[in-house]
Design a protein around this ligand. Structure first.
Ligand SMILES: CC(C)(COP(=O)(O)OP(=O)(O)OC[C@H]1O[C@@H](n2cnc3c(N)ncnc32)[C@H](O)[C@@H]1OP(=O)(O)O)[C@@H](O)C(=O)NCCC(=O)NCCS
Length: 158
């Protein structure tokens, strides 16, 4: 398939089969479908998005990644960001991150925050590349006892 269009758009319930597959492939403690439905339908602070690839005629479309970030007043938190393992390292995660940062800037968010597993080197490198800095370590943050690295990025500085 010759993909040429990359679209980042709000997640809908129809996207959930693809989103759940990526979620299961990417995370140790995957969210369940109800959690995503809550983000789509009820959580007014949530921005759940997908990244979609399509060919010229839009007759072949695939959801290959997604992100969820919460915005409350002047700060925002990235809860989830993932790209299908077969198509990682092709700048699709970066496309979503750029969109999140632009959206935060437009909404006058000042600080973007996140937690990432200490062992998740590729995600840590990804966040460092996008201007995040390590602030602290949250010990035993995850239910399996792993520490989290807490990272932040100012949004008003590009
Ligand atoms: C983190 C993630 C979303 C990045 O998405 P991606 O589309 O693969 O990343 P990009 O292609 O945009 O990479 C941008 C930069 O991130 C860093 N990076 C990405 N993957 C990397 C890897 N495997 N090893 C080292 N650095 C990596 C690099 O600096 C890269 O820039 P470069 O390719 O010019 O060297 C993706 O790896 C993923 O889905 N991981 C599993 C889910 C996850 O861990 N999410 C984060 C939870 S906190």
């Amino acid at each position: 398939m010759d993909y040429i269009n990359v679209t980042i758009r709000p997640m809908t319930k129809e996207d959930l089969p693809s989103v759940m597959e990526i979620e299961r492939l990417c995370f140790i403690n995957p969210w369940n479908e109800e959690q995503f439905i809550y983000e789509i339908e009820e959580n007014v602070y949530s921005n759940p998005w997908v990244v979609e690839l399509s060919n010229t005629n839009s007759d072949n479309v695939a959801i290959v990644g997604f992100c969820v970030y919460w915005q409350t007043f002047d700060s925002a938190t990235i809860c989830q960001i993932a790209v299908h393992p077969e198509i990682q390292r092709r700048q699709l995660g970066s496309a979503m991150m750029d969109e999140i940062i632009n959206d935060c800037y437009a909404k006058r968010v000042q600080t973007l925050t996140l937690e990432v597993r200490k062992s998740n080197t590729k995600a840590i490198n990804f966040y460092l590349k996008h201007g995040f800095e390590q602030v602290t370590v949250k010990e035993k943050y995850y239910t399996d006892g792993e520490d989290a690295i807490y990272m932040t990025r100012r949004v008003d500085i590009f």
